[in-house]
Design a protein around this ligand. Structure first.
Ligand SMILES: Cc1cc2nc3c(=O)[nH]c(=O)nc-3n(C[C@H](O)[C@H](O)[C@H](O)COP(=O)(O)OP(=O)(O)OC[C@H]3O[C@@H](n4cnc5c(N)ncnc54)[C@H](O)[C@@H]3O)c2cc1C
Length: 412
């Protein structure tokens, strides 16, 4: 086998494969995945899928025929155990070696495991794959008291779904507010209030010291300080770890993910990486960053696919993500970390507003609740490096789109 080999059949890998084809790459394209399912969407796993509002079929990215039509060969249920960059081949579990001209590593990330006593008990769950979601959904059906460890996106989305299913839910968060590294304090507060309305209990500034079992099954979660919370199901959502071990073992540079340039290239000719497993320099972060979002995986995967077809479009998308909790749609564009000032646009009490985050007078991120229109404009403003004044941002009568036009005229 030669042509392109892609490891990982999710957003980054599939985008790379299709973009290479669309840009005219004519050689063989093979995508290898250890999961057996056809490529599927992960975001609904914590939301609609848990609520039974969408089934496994509805999660699929494409019908099987679409892969055949694009001459993208899927090898599902095969794990790559080594990359031999000098021999230009990947080794599958079982020992088969597949050669490649170009290699895309799109191995994503995995859930970080909690390292406390009792962590291996039956009833301690993680959510990363469709197999995890099927298991969690079945367990949710029988559970009544759920403790969620981690007030990040996955934990909060599962909390929201479990509350809608009528379960008693408590979220344990080690820091002092929800989504501390991702959104502004105002948004954390609004989310907290909405979870409280839905009877989701929250405990902040608390670490879990052990999971307590009875007859091998989860019975409680013990907090530092000795308090015990009864639980018949524990869901752990404490972040992700890049699946970069293959790259490390192959001698590729890795630092919290596989280090790539603006075209998704590693330093080794013909080897690329994209998505959750990759670390790249971002002008929006003013530094190196590993992002975990659908937008990032798709856009960086596309860049890699184009590069393989010798069509070079540097990856420069503004980071974006979304999260659905209860009836709140949170969307964020840009990176709010290290912002030093924020302005609210819209009315918090009306449940539809945006938070414009600034760093030294520069707009760096906008978080919106139930306000996709602001997100559209914000994305373009941040990409173009245009900052409305805080007064303009806070005034809903000010048409922010007009700033884009004005800036365009000034450049022209
Ligand atoms: C429950 C859940 C909800 C989410 N919700 C949102 C959301 O609302 N918005 C958002 O923007 N993002 C969300 N995300 C994050 C988003 O799904 C990820 O950022 C995205 O899936 C990353 O895509 P990827 O292609 O980089 O990697 P992944 O989706 O992680 O896929 C990598 C694939 O490679 C496979 N693989 C790894 N190693 C090997 C190997 N050695 N051999 C073969 N195959 C291998 C993995 O099993 C996996 O199938 C969510 C994630 C989860 C789990």
């Amino acid at each position: 086998m030669s042509g392109v080999v892609v490891i990982g059949a999710s957003y980054a890998g599939i985008q790379a494969a299709f973009a290479a084809r669309a840009a005219g790459y004519a050689e063989r394209v093979t995508v290898i995945a250890d999961e057996r399912a056809l490529p599927y969407q992960r975001p609904p796993l914590s939301k609609d899928f848990l609520l039974d509002e969408i089934g496994a079929q509805g999660l699929l990215m494409h019908d099987e025929a679409v892969f055949a039509d694009n001459r993208v060969e899927l090898m599902l249920g095969h794990r790559v155990v080594a990359v031999d960059r000098n021999a230009r081949g990947v080794v599958l579990a079982g020992g088969t070696m597949l050669g490649f001209d170009r290699l895309v590593i799109a191995t994503g990330s995995r859930a970080r495991r909690i390292a406390v006593r009792g962590a291996e008990l039956d009833g301690v769950c993680y959510l990363r794959s469709i197999a995890d979601a099927v298991d969690l959904k079945a367990r949710l059906g029988h559970a009544s008291e759920i403790v969620i460890i981690g007030g990040g996106f996955i934990g909060l989305e599962v909390a929201s779904s479990a509350a809608r299913l009528g379960k008693r839910v408590t979220v344990i968060e080690a820091s002092s507010r929800l989504l501390e590294r991702a959104v502004s304090p105002v948004v954390s507060r609004v989310l907290l209030e909405r979870h409280a309305e839905a009877s989701v209990a929250m405990k902040f500034g608390t670490a879990v010291s052990a999971v307590i079992g009875e007859d091998g099954r989860v019975a409680a979660v013990e907090l530092a300080g000795g308090i015990r919370l009864g639980a018949d199901l524990v869901v752990v959502g404490i972040g992700g770890i890049a699946n970069d071990e293959l790259a490390v073992a192959a001698g590729l540079e890795c630092a919290n993910g596989i280090v790539v340039d603006e075209l998704g290239r590693t330093a080794h000719p013909g080897i690329y990486a994209a998505g959750d497993c990759a670390n790249h320099y971002s002008r929006f972060a003013e530094g190196w960053i590993r992002l975990e979002s659908v937008q990032h995986a798709q856009d960086q995967g596309r860049t890699v696919g184009l590069a393989i077809a010798d069509s070079h479009e540097p990856y420069d998308s503004v980071p974006r993500f979304w999260s659905d909790q209860h009836d709140l749609k949170l969307q964020s564009v840009g990176l709010a970390a290290r912002s030093d000032r924020f302005v609210i646009r819209g009315a918090i009490e009306a449940g539809r507003f945006s938070v414009f985050n600034y760093r030294q007078d520069r707009l760096v991120a906008v978080d919106s609740i139930n306000n996709p229109a602001d997100q559209m404009v914000a994305r373009r403003l941040i990409a173009a490096g245009i900052s409305p004044t805080p007064e303009q941002a806070g005034d809903t009568c000010c048409d922010l789109k007009s700033l884009l036009k004005t800036a365009g005229r000034a450049v022209a």
